[in-house]
Design a protein around this ligand. Structure first.
Ligand SMILES: O=C(O)CCC(=O)C(=O)O
Ligand SMILES: [Mn+2]
Length: 234
């Protein structure tokens, strides 16, 4: 295994990490899922509703939101959601060969990052922020397994606002599981999850309220982060 994704900062001490609710062994989650405990861990309601609402409002106001696009056979498709990419200055992010704007860490985002790092016991240098304006916005099946995340990516995903269904399935068969992600939920995706599973947030047309999801990542500095897996807007 390469050590491409070795953290630039040392991981936080194990003693500072709270114990995660393992899936499915704890029995405390709504899942009836075969997903291995070493793949996903859920910190249900890791942050209070009041805290989350302040973060949601601040992020919607402060970030520059982009309707990014990808290209297939020369045709351009806009993705069905808004995005913002915030990272250390040395990191770039591109989407279907289109370099995205890298926004700097604001005091608000630094505070959220620190809070997330303290809960999961890992450090991050980048965050992809997705704004689902209503139930029509969605993201289709993919794994976050880009080369620039290294061989063993650890991603912490924080949900704010409306509850949306996070679906996942093994890469080798159609056995879809659904996990409702509620405001304040923190989902830790361990390396096995990106290696053996795909995930998506499907459209849920009945939902009028917005949701923001933040996926904190550790990206290798100095390299372009090319997201190649996005395939469709359906
Ligand atoms: O919105 C979510 O819960 C997941 C978002 C996601 O998969 C991503 O940003 O890669
Ligand atoms: Mn993802």
């Amino acid at each position: 295994m390469s050590n491409r994704n070795r953290h630039r900062e040392p991981p936080l001490g194990e003693d500072k990490a709270p114990s995660a609710v393992a899936i499915p062994q704890s029995g405390h989650t709504p899942l009836n899922s075969p997903v291995e405990a070493d793949a996903l861990a859920l910190f249900r309601h890791a942050f209070s509703a009041k805290q989350c609402q302040a973060w949601l409002t601040g992020l919607i106001e402060q970030l520059r939101w982009h309707k990014d696009y990808y290209e297939v056979h020369g045709r351009r498709f806009h993705i069905p959601r808004l995005q913002a990419w915030v990272a250390d200055a040395s990191i770039q992010y591109s989407y279907s060969n289109n370099l995205l704007e890298v926004q700097p860490w604001s005091p608000l985002l630094r505070a959220i990052k620190r809070a997330v790092e303290a809960r999961v016991g890992h450090r991050f240098n980048a965050v992809l922020i997705t704004y689902y304006r209503n139930g029509g916005d969605h993201v289709t099946w993919h794994a976050d397994d880009e080369r620039e995340l290294g061989d063993a990516p650890i991603i912490a995903s924080l949900s704010l606002g409306a509850t949306r269904t996070f679906q996942y399935k093994p890469t080798d068969r159609e056995a879809v599981e659904g996990l409702p992600l509620e405001e304040g939920d923190l989902l830790l995706m361990r390396p096995a999850f990106q290696q053996s599973w795909l995930h998506q947030v499907p459209a849920e047309p009945g939902i009028a309220a917005g949701r923001i999801n933040l996926t904190f990542r550790q990206v290798m500095a100095g390299e372009a982060f090319e997201r190649q897996r996005e395939q469709s807007v359906s």
